[in-house]
Write a protein that binds this ligand. Structure first.
Ligand code: HEC
Length: 108
């Protein structure tokens, strides 16, 4: 019985910590990740794709017009395509996932 309360207490404690940086507004991890995704996108992708995904430098596709599925987007980020370099060695799977979700927001 006692250990059960300890576990519940720990869970509550962890929950309180992770939501505090977003002022407790968002408990959806994907929402929080998007803030980080924006930073990563602007530093690693915007050179070719632009802040809004529409720049199209060096033949980069307009991401807001992309018709790819989430999984296809993730594969292109990971393994690259044409002139786009692969990012598998520079981004974790988690970062690639959040970037793919972030890019989806460019679509009208
Ligand atoms: C060196 C310039 C460059 C950088 C940096 C770059 N891309 Fe690209 N990207 C391209 C080019 C060029 C294409 C088109 C590839 C093709 O179809 O031949 C492309 C295509 C894509 C596509 C596929 C779009 C479609 O509909 O076919 C996605 C998704 C994408 N990039 C995401 C990203 C993300 C996310 C990053 C950052 C991690 C990134 N790109 C960084 C040049 C770049």
């Amino acid at each position: 019985m006692v250990s059960r309360y300890v576990i519940v207490g720990l869970v509550l404690l962890l929950g309180a910590c992770s939501s505090s940086d977003e002022q407790g507004i968002s408990k959806d991890p994907k929402e929080v990740d998007l803030v980080k995704a924006e930073t990563v996108f602007r530093s690693m992708c915007a050179i070719c794709h632009g802040d809004d995904g529409k720049l199209g430098l060096a033949g980069a596709k307009d991401l807001s017009q992309s018709e790819l599925e989430l999984n296809e987007i993730k594969a292109i980020i990971k393994y690259g395509k044409g002139k786009m370099t692969p990012f598998a060695d520079r981004l974790s799977d988690e970062e690639i996932e959040m970037l793919a979700v972030y890019i989806e927001k460019f679509k009208p």
